[in-house]
Design a protein around this ligand. Structure first.
Ligand code: FES
Length: 79
């Protein structure tokens, strides 16, 4: 049986505040262990719908500016 094709969807910004992750990475450079809370304070990211919080944590951990959509387990198993 063939596995269903999985489309890669990438997240590249905080949608509510229109802040690209590239801007966050630039801001984070030269800061000592910046946190998601500090990003929220500086840009507002995470203070509205909150959907970007996990992505911002990943951006700060890795320096990546394009993060694959995080889908909860129960949604991945839906046929
Ligand atoms: S996407 Fe960042 S607060 Fe909604």
């Amino acid at each position: 049986m063939m596995s269903p094709m999985r489309r890669r969807v990438m997240v590249e910004k905080c949608i509510c505040h229109d802040v690209p992750f590239t801007r966050i990475v630039e801001w984070a450079q030269g800061r000592d262990t910046p946190t998601e809370a500090q990003v929220r304070e500086a840009f507002g990211c995470g203070s509205s719908c909150g959907m970007c919080r996990n992505y911002i944590r990943r951006v700060l951990e890795t320096g990546l500016t394009s993060i694959e959509l995080m889908v909860p387990d129960h949604e991945e198993k839906t046929p």
